[in-house]
Design a protein around this ligand. Structure first.
Ligand code: PEP
Ligand code: MG
Length: 539
């Protein structure tokens, strides 16, 4: 048995085969060839295989994500036959006598750049399609697999690290747990694992080597220990622990269906955070009173292209309907920083967390923002929806965002499309600037939700992705507590409600402080709901 110690970031026990997450490597060498005719033949054969793959994908995905979305694979297949795509590749193989992989890579990059520089938004967005088609063709030519998250069997998935977009693509039924060499407790990947209820350990280091792949493993997401080829005694004690966890959960059942109240009768709204439509199941099972944060950007991750208005509308409508009148706060797009999406073609930045992210992207790409707002407003006709803008740091930013929302409402009204014109518009308080001017922002917002994950990193100048500086990141720092207190007081002076949707909201050591500050709502990962209700009942 080998024992590896990391940091548990999502509790639970898992036992299964360890499988290393495969990423295709597109390191393409420039190889000279002498038989150009043979190389062209090889290219045509690869093109045929790629076309067949795309046909199959179009068929299977039509059932999963709808015909309209699956059309993308049809477009990719047509691109393979398009002379604008193919001719430069053939020419390069013939004139420069280079291997097909290199010609596809270079000509693909050139065409993608040309698309990315076009004025028309639709054409600009095709750059990502060109990249994807080239990747597929290179993968076939070089015999490397495309990204995959395990085969059919459910496994403990291991990697050096998982990006949020990779996590978003996992087929949850096939992932028992996550084990990573690197990572940070506050990263979106860790948050995602907790929301999905998948046990996870980060920071296992280089000893989590691919050589361990295929071995039986047992993972304890609470202690952060990964056992490779566990001894029977370890398996037995983990089984005991699993039973204990189930018993603890059963004890919490007495708080199901009860209002969230302190002993003196102070009422707190207890909401849940989600990242996708499928998380609603966990929310309903958790007995949360609403959804305080729907991280809508996860609809954009793990895709090859922008989700259109209808796809988004379907997702928001489904969540709102399934919550049956309980409030659903949909946060508008929070892409950027650690949440990168190729097709956005965001600039490479020295400090992405301080760069083009969240509301800044939406305000500079209003068309993108309008599409999302139209989808949310349309969903508002089916239940109790609210809109929330992330990363606001100035009143003017909020006013600009609200003007775009007003414009969307006017357009929908003119088109006679039903929506709720009184859909509340709130903001996240997640920069020190917004907490400091919360008195001014409160005049323009219907509610505040404090994003303590970002508020902590920006206040303490401590990157939330960097586990190495964790000791310099005291999440109970007086500066953060003062900013939260100031925000609560300013919200209440202006007569609006205020909650917390960052991870601090679930920290039982601070629950009493938050109750005393007068927070109206706490929004946490679904698995924390009942234990937090019990904690509040003790106060
Ligand atoms: C936060 O910053 O606290 C928050 C809830 O948003 P996210 O974690 O998605 O950045
Ligand atoms: Mg945030």
């Amino acid at each position: 048995m080998i024992t590896l110690q990391g940091k548990g970031v999502s509790g639970g026990i898992a036992v299964g085969r360890l499988s290393f997450f495969e990423r295709s490597s597109f390191v393409v060498e420039k190889k000279s060839i002498s038989d150009t005719a043979g190389e062209i033949q090889r290219l045509y054969a690869a093109k045929q295989t790629a076309s067949e793959q795309l046909d199959e994908l179009a068929n299977t995905m039509a059932e999963k994500i709808g015909k309209e979305n699956a059309l993308l694979f049809e477009i990719h297949r047509m691109m393979l036959d398009d002379s604008d795509y193919l001719d430069p590749i053939l020419k390069m193989i013939e004139s420069q006598r280079v291997c097909a992989e290199y010609a596809v890579l270079e000509c693909g990059k050139q065409l993608s750049r040309e698309f990315a520089e076009m004025d028309d938004v639709y054409m600009r967005e095709r750059a990502a399609d060109v990249d994807d088609v080239s990747k597929r063709l290179i993968a076939v030519l070089s015999g490397t697999q495309r990204d995959s998250a395990a085969g059919n069997e459910a496994v403990i998935l291991a990697s050096n690290d998982f990006s949020p977009s990779e996590t978003a693509q996992f087929d949850r039924s096939r992932v028992l747990a996550l084990a990573a060499q690197q990572g940070a407790a506050n990263s979106h990947t860790a948050i995602f694992a907790r929301t999905m209820g998948i046990p996870a350990i980060i920071g296992l280091g280089a000893s989590l080597a691919p050589g361990l792949g295929d071995k039986l493993a047992a993972l304890d997401g609470e202690t952060g220990v990964l056992y490779i080829e566990p001894d029977p005694e370890v398996l037995a004690s983990l089984e005991e622990k699993r039973k204990r966890l189930i018993e603890e959960r059963q004890e919490l059942e007495q708080f199901r269906g009860k209002p969230t109240l302190t002993r003196s009768g102070q009422r707190i709204k207890l909401f849940a955070n989600i990242g996708s439509v499928t998380d609603v199941e966990a929310v309903l099972a958790s007995d949360a009173e609403g959804i305080g944060l729907f991280r809508s950007e996860f609809l954009y991750l793990g895709r090859e292209d922008y989700p259109g208005e209808d796809i988004q509308y379907e997702s928001y409508r489904k969540v709102v309907e399934e919550m049956k009148g309980r409030q659903v706060i949909i946060r508008t797009l929070d892409i950027g920083a650690d949440k990168q999406v190729d097709y956005f073609h965001l600039p490479t930045e020295e400090n992405p967390a301080l760069g083009m992210r969240a509301i800044r992207i939406c305000l500079t790409r209003p068309q993108l923002f309008e599409t999302q707002l139209r989808a949310i407003y349309r969903a508002s006709a089916h239940g109790n929806a609210a809109i929330m803008f992330p990363m606001i740091s100035d009143v003017e930013e909020l006013l600009r965002a609200k003007r775009i929302a007003a414009h969307v409402r006017e357009a929908l009204a003119a088109e006679q499309i039903p929506f709720n014109p009184d859909t509340p518009i709130g903001i996240m308080i997640e920069t020190p600037a917004s907490a400091i001017i919360s008195d001014l922002l409160a005049k323009e917002a219907d509610f505040f939700s404090i994003g303590t994950n970002d508020l902590t990193q920006y206040t303490l100048a401590a990157d939330r992705q960097n586990e190495a500086i964790r000791e310099f990141c005291n999440t109970h720092h007086e500066a953060i507590l003062r900013l939260i207190r100031m925000t609560v007081e300013n919200a209440h002076k202006a007569g609006i409600w205020v909650g917390i949707c960052g991870m601090l909201g679930a920290d039982p050591e601070l629950t009493q402080t938050f109750v005393e500050m007068g927070l109206d709502e706490l929004s946490v990962e679904p698995s924390y709901i009942l234990s937090l209700r019990r904690r509040i009942a003790e106060i």
